[in-house]
Design a protein around this ligand. Sequence first.
Ligand code: PLP
Length: 394
Amino acid sequence: MKTVYLDNNATTAVDPEVLQEMMPYLTELYGNASSIHNFGGQLGKKIDHARQQAAQLLNCHPTEIIFTCGGTESDNTAIFGTLARYPDKKHIVTTRVEHPAVRATCRQLQQQGYKLTELPVDAQGRIDLDQLQDEITDNTALVSIMYANNETGNIFPLKRIADIVKDKGAILHTDAVQAVGKIPIDLAQLPVDLLSVSGHKLHAPKGIGLLYIRRGTRIAPFMVGGHQEFSKRAGTENVPAIVALGQACQLAQKHMTDENTRVKQLRDQLEAGLIKTCPNSRINGDPHARVPNTTNISFEYIEGEAILLQLDRLGIAASSGSACTSGSLEPSHVLRAMGVPFTAVHGSIRFSLSRFNTQEEIAYVLEKVPPVIKLLRSMSPFSPENSPNEILTS
Ligand code: PLP
């Protein structure tokens, strides 16, 4: 059975053109880019080229980019690296809906004595910009606010956020893992200091990412050792993966229009179709500011895991807002922060598309999902048809 893969915010397929580009560096061109001999040394040019490709996508200077092993490392580098340079400042501002790569890192720092402000969000997942302004003080070293949310696809107003943060004199990091490649980002116009990218969310392999560091930003290395990556990230360069990320960035730029038209249309069609055919379902997120590939839908009164298992049997891969990587049934911290009601938070499903999805696949999902929801509802003790009212309201 062919899989209809709608879990692209978890990870994406490596684009065949990316694979083709990186292949020689896994086989015959296996040298170390730091070597004196040409066999290895020639690879430096390939790394430079990849850096240029990435810089072009973000509209920044290539020397403002360091390659890392992924989004988590980029986030950790941005946070720990900044705090190390501002030892007198002990306050971090972030939001309640960050990915664990930022959230858990900031909470760990809180346990070590930092003051942590996690900005709340409204029912659509938006922060209050006045509150952001009020929370930043002279003691604030870093503000870390994501560009796009991985669960809902919400896009944060980074330009306005950046203007506020820079005006207050703090450093601004944004986790742009779910934004890069999906929406245009122009760092010449956007005064963020640090921006994280993960390769496997934009059709490069896992284990590669980058951190944009605006020229002049003070940041200590997180990985310490050799002098690679302008002495900001030690470790022998992963040349095949770096080449792949460069190529993936170039392709992302080429496909940006498709992402924002055809993929968006498919997402909108899927979303509208499911809302229409599945009663008691609702969209989670800001309908006016979302990345074009993501929809998060709550099918009320049923469990997300039960839906996913049924979809899996039908060859549809999506993900649930309630199961986290640890396998626990803790409801999503993002949806809880948005105040999504209990009966809806547990039945939330994220469908995330990519440029490889087709109209036929969406038609298949629209045909298969409604009967699954109907079946599960018929078995749910929480469903209005099956339960006395007091269970619902308790
Ligand atoms: N930040 C966000 C918003 C993400 O969605 C993810 C991955 O899901 C990460 C960070 C972590 O990236 P990586 O898997 O490359 O470490």
